[in-house]
Design a protein around this ligand. Structure first.
Ligand code: NZQ
Ligand code: ZN
Length: 390
């Protein structure tokens, strides 16, 4: 196990009706004027926005609103938010939604106290030294942004989708998580969220670091829980206990717990970010296409952990031929993804002829000559993986 520092100060307030505590929580973190950030309208239709406003009013916290954040969020809304926050004297960000909304709020939080262009942080031109506090009300378990210090934004010019990681400043100070809020999710969004959280675990699990038994077992247990509860949610979208288990798995998957002490991979995410940047597909669906292809490639080049995953998570019998075991695991994973309604190749994703040259070019321009760790990918390898996904 490698040395590590793990810092996760987020206060998680989990369970039924917890959104009623939002105002009190914001006040506790000294919010005077908050910016409620939200998406395309699901929280208006469900009545959640009104409940959040009432909760802030009761706590005596002032607020302004910034709506209309689109999935795969882009830079114009960040600039709009920074300007509004400065004009209104906002001192606390309150995203109510999923990863897109939370990540936009984090970008605004970093951008408000900074004199330059917030995009400098994403391209490594400047470091975040100060940020507004962020508190979250989560409506979709998926990206794990409620417990992570990450934010992912797409710059429209050049369709550059980049992530920024600042755990000390951008981890939310609180996250309100009521599983009942997820009943209204369309089945496809539920499924995309499930794929995303599974891959957050797998990016950590597929490591060459030896003797990380605790991390391995945490990963396997969380993956098995997600799969079991996913079947239940597919049968009954209003199954509270299944929704609750999945929601907490989404946080555990990405707040760092599962990867401490390991060299993590993240190539699948970087490959996918190019797909969602160019074709604007849902991140989780893009992952369901890329990960089986990445694993198929790894079955040949470094099968050890893929075979262990196949055996321990999907019950593939042990076999001396690790590649065969690994491929059997890939097949079971694909079957599971298809069962919950996800595509597992470009065609099923609605992209008949992906521009692989462009995807490879952008990937290596953004991430350098070598991508990932489990097996480092050069242009030739990443091309092969994109082709395996067709
Ligand atoms: O916009 P509204 O109308 O709210 O609808 C949203 C949106 O269309 C809908 N939705 C959310 N909660 C709902 C609901 N519909 C009905 N009922 C509810 N309770 O779901 C759609 C997707 O929302 P989005 O926020 O885009 O989903 P997600 O949480 O999957 O976030 C995806 C973004 O996060 C990034 C992804 O790349 C993508 O841009 N990621 C962020 C990470 C991070 N910050 O740590 C890590 C991830 O790997 C990921 O890259
Ligand atoms: Zn992800």
């Amino acid at each position: 196990m490698n040395n590590f520092v793990f810092y996760s100060p987020t206060k998680f307030v989990f369970g039924k009706d917890t959104e009623g505590q939002t105002g009190t929580l914001a006040k506790k973190y000294n919010a005077r004027k908050v910016m409620i950030v939200y998406g395309g309208g699901s929280i208006i239709r469900s009545g959640l926005l009104q409940r959040i406003e009432e909760s802030l009013q009761q706590a005596g916290v002032e607020y302004v609103k910034l709506g209309g954040i689109q999935p795969n969020p882009t830079d114009p809304k960040v600039y709009e938010g920074i300007e509004l926050a400065r004009k209104e004297g906002v001192d606390f960000m309150l995203p109510v939604g999923g990863g897109s909304v939370i990540d936009t709020a984090k970008a605004i939080a970093a951008g408000v106290p900074y004199e330059g262009d917030f995009w400098d942080f994403y391209i490594g031109k400047a470091k975040v030294k100060k940020a507004l506090k962020v508190g979250v009300v989560l409506t979709i378990p998926a990206a794990g942004s409620e417990g992570s210090g990450n934010t992912v934004i797409t710059k429209l010019e050049g369709l550059q989708k980049l992530s920024l990681r600042v755990p000390e400043l951008l981890r939310p100070v609180f996250a309100v998580m009521n599983p009942e809020l997820t009943y209204t999710l369309p089945p496809y969004q539920t499924a995309c969220g499930i794929a995303d959280m599974m891959v957050h675990i797998m990016e950590r699990y597929f490591t060459n670091t030896p003797d990380v038994e605790i991390s391995d077992r945490l990963c396997e247990g969380t993956l098995m829980t997600i799969i079991k509860e996913a079947y239940k949610v597919k049968q009954d979208p209003n199954d509270y206990e299944a929704r609750a288990n999945i929601m907490w798995c989404g946080t555990i998957a990405h707040n760092g717990t599962c990867g401490v002490g390991c060299e993590e991979d993240w190539a699948s995410h970087f490959l996918e970010h190019e797909i969602s940047a160019v074709y604007n597909v849902t991140h989780g669906a893009g992952l369901a296409v890329i990960v089986p292809a990445w694993m198929t490639f790894m079955a040949e080049h470094n099968p050890k952990k893929i075979a262990q995953f196949a055996n321990r998570v999907f019950g593939v019998p042990e076999n001396e031929d690790l590649e065969e075991m690994a491929l059997a695991g890939v097949s079971r994973l694909k079957h599971f993804f298809r069962y919950i309604g996800l595509p597992v190749n470009f065609k099923e994703l609605g992209i008949e002829h992906p521009d692989i040259e462009l995807l490879v070019k952008k990937l290596h321009e953004n991430k350098g000559e070598w991508v990932g760790n489990y097996v480092k990918l050069n242009k030739e390898y990443s091309k092969e993986i994109f082709e395996l996904a067709c």
